[in-house]
Design a protein around this ligand. Structure first.
Ligand code: XIL
Length: 333
């Protein structure tokens, strides 16, 4: 199953973009519109128009729809910090899930219930991120309270949705990735030990064609082992946000596209060896709307080319490589 994140504003305004999605996407996810901040202009009101728009688009086109996300440390509303306290945090979270999960009940293939809860460098036991949710509803157990509440409530509210823990920086062979991987797997194991409902691991897969050191990064043993471990725990694995930045590839477009395509090929070849991997989503479909042209982008002022279609919405080498990788992947249920 393959698809991508959608820029809902562009879906409303750019017919060529809409057409490309209709032709290519089997599963979609909103880039921002299901997140807590965008859905919650005030503590007592909800804004559903944009999320509904994508849900309707997915339904009309018989695409599967992912929910991203319920709990994250970013894109929280401005009122969060002053309004949410240890006294009301649980109630705020449960109500949020009841309203949002309830609204899309039966329509969601999988929810990223918790996103990016691990940040080893924050120094908390278990490697948990010292996030706004952790601060008000972290608790002292081996599974942060907010994670337990979020997953249990999500299951109660929409029992058919696959419930996913999603994170980044767990793909590589370097030390930091290895440590984060271990912390994430530790969390998932503890969740299972506590009977907390969990169906999948989302591996974001924001990766680089070439690293800052000028070398091609390695995605291999550690990644394979993590996926195998998740499979043995009975979990599915989803590549949820793949893109391949070309930040450190020299300016020439041919070279950049080849480096990006080569990385798509080797990465997808590696992850798709394991039948636990049931979905591949890229974070966007066309370079026209990639989120990667922000602060950390190329220093030569060129725009990034991280996705299967370029800014003119023409397929680049990475597209053919992705299609091939999906085609040759061993069959899975
Ligand atoms: C990004 C969106 O693409 C941006 O438009 C937004 O400004 C910030 O968030 N990991 C995630 C996604 O889980 O939600 C992020 O999406 C990209 C990194």
């Amino acid at each position: 199953m393959a698809g991508c994140a959608v820029n809902v504003k562009a879906l409303r305004t750019d017919p060529a973009y809409k057409k490309l999605l209709e032709e290519q996407a089997g599963i979609v996810v909103a880039e921002s519109e299901f997140k807590f901040g965008p859905l919650r202009p005030t503590p007592t009101t909800f804004f559903f128009e944009d999320a509904d728009f994508l849900a309707a688009f997915a339904h009309e086109n018989r695409m599967k729809l992912r929910g991203h996300n319920i709990v994250w440390h970013r894109q929280l509303p401005v009122w969060f910090e002053s309004y949410v306290t240890p006294a009301n945090a649980k109630q705020v979270l449960v109500e949020h899930i009841e309203r949002v999960g309830g609204r899309y009940k039966g329509q969601i293939h999988s929810w990223d219930v918790v996103n990016e809860a691990v940040q080893v460098s924050d120094g908390l036991p278990g490697g948990f991120r010292n996030s706004p949710w952790q601060k008000v509803l972290g608790g002292t157990g081996l599974v942060p309270t907010y994670i337990e509440v979020a997953f249990r409530t999500a299951r109660r509210v929409d029992p058919k949705a696959m419930l996913v823990y999603n994170d980044y920086g767990i793909e590589g062979e370097e030390e930091a990735s290895a440590k984060k991987r271990a912390a994430v797997l530790g969390l998932l194991r503890e969740m299972q030990n506590h009977g907390i409902p969990l169906d999948g691991l989302g591996v974001q897969s924001h990766i680089s064609a070439v690293g800052k050191d000028g070398k091609v990064p390695m995605y291999g043993e550690g990644l394979r082992a993590m996926i195998a471990e998740a499979r043995k725990m009975g979990l599915k694995v989803l590549v949820t946000e793949m893109d391949v930045n070309d930040r450190y590839v020299p300016a020439e477009i041919g070279a950049r596209d080849s480096a990006v395509a080569a990385m798509y090929g080797s990465y997808l070849g590696t992850v798709l060896e394991d039948p636990a991997v049931i979905a591949v989503l890229t974070w966007g479909i066309t370079d026209k709307y990639t989120w990667l042209n922000g602060e950390d982008s190329r220093t030569d002022g060129q725009k990034e080319r991280p996705l299967p279609f370029d800014a003119a919405m023409q397929p680049v080498a990475a597209f053919a490589v992705e299609v091939k990788a999906l085609e040759v992947a061993p069959l899975r249920g």
